[in-house]
Design a binder for this molecule. Structure first.
Ligand SMILES: *[C@@H]1O[C@H](CO)[C@@H](O)[C@H](O)[C@H]1NC(C)=O
Ligand SMILES: *[C@@H]1O[C@H](CO)[C@@H](O)[C@H](O)[C@H]1NC(C)=O
Ligand SMILES: *[C@@H]1O[C@H](CO)[C@@H](O)[C@H](O)[C@H]1NC(C)=O
Length: 255
């Protein structure tokens, strides 16, 4: 059983999401001592934050031999160029500090994601590490809620793998007169549709273990993310895109 290979690692903590400005989490691996690699990393990060600020997505590489490094940056599919650019600027400054002298570094923000690695990962799906965030509160009327979330997730996943949608899908579903569910699914744009579909499917497979009855939940993989809330967290509809005072529990999973 693949699930048996997962161990709950390190921590589950209460995560108070009042701002979209702070990193949600990071992954660091493979420490190095090569000073030249630092230069390549800086070059890649500068290139990524410039290119991806405009396009919402970019890959890059820099250096040669042992100092060759690959990078990828992507913004959430619904954020503006301004928010994307601001997020990537912060992320590219923060990442080498979060993972000093680590050759495999990744950081997740609400609006963007950035990573680099000395191994070429472009085009490969990575579901070996997950950050799972779920609301500490449950919906009060939970009868049929998880089924409704499941069917909305199928819809947004289908949108994300549909050619032309930029590997991004979002949608809403009216569960009852008091609860509307908002959901999104997104893969990094270097993935093929089939690989994207597999990544999203394995993300949603975590829902029964962590998200049952939850008011909100997200599974953040390196190659794809899925999320739902019962408030409008994405753009448009241009109302509040985040609700302060929501408490989430965070769990990191390593394969
Ligand atoms: C970037 O970081 C600065 C300083 O920490 C913060 O004030 C700002 O809100 C951040 N912006 C984004 C988009 O993360
Ligand atoms: C690389 O640069 C970071 C600062 O960005 C520094 O903390 C680290 O020690 C440097 N590593 C090496 C191997 O030079
Ligand atoms: C929410 O529902 C889950 C799944 O039934 C349960 O394990 C958990 O204890 C509930 N949490 C609260 C705060 O009621």
């Amino acid at each position: 059983m693949a699930l048996l290979l997962y161990h709950l690692l390190l921590f589950s903590l209460i995560f108070n999401l009042t701002t979209s400005d702070d990193p949600i989490g990071q992954y660091c691996d493979n420490s190095f001592t090569n000073k030249k690699l630092n230069q390549s990393i800086n070059a890649v990060l500068t290139d990524l934050s410039t290119k991806a600020s405009i396009a919402g997505f970019a890959t890059s590489s820099s250096g040669q031999g042992l100092s060759l490094v690959y990078g990828l940056a992507q913004c959430r599919g619904d954020v503006s160029t301004e928010d994307c650019s601001a997020c990537l600027t912060n992320a590219s400054i923060a990442l080498p500090k979060l993972c000093p002298s680590e050759a495999d570094a990744r950081v997740w923000y609400d609006y963007c994601f950035i990573r680099y690695n000395t191994k070429n990962f472009i085009g490969d799906s990575d579901t070996s590490f997950a950050i799972i965030l779920y609301n500490v509160e449950n919906v009060t009327d939970s009868e049929g809620f998880d089924e409704e979330v499941g069917s909305l997730m199928r819809k947004v996943r289908a949108l994300a793998v549909k050619p032309g949608n930029g590997e991004f899908g979002r949608g809403t579903s009216v569960f009852n007169p008091f609860i509307t569910i908002y959901a999104l699914a997104q893969c990094t744009k270097d993935l093929q549709p089939l690989t994207c579909a597999q990544c999203l499917s394995s993300a949603v497979e975590k829902f029964p273990d962590y998200c049952t009855h939850r008011k909100g939940c997200r599974v953040l993989y390196t190659s794809c993310i899925v999320r739902y809330e019962i408030y409008p967290f994405f753009f448009p509809p241009g109302l509040s895109h985040g609700e302060s005072g929501q408490h989430y529990l965070m769990t990191n999973l390593h394969a």
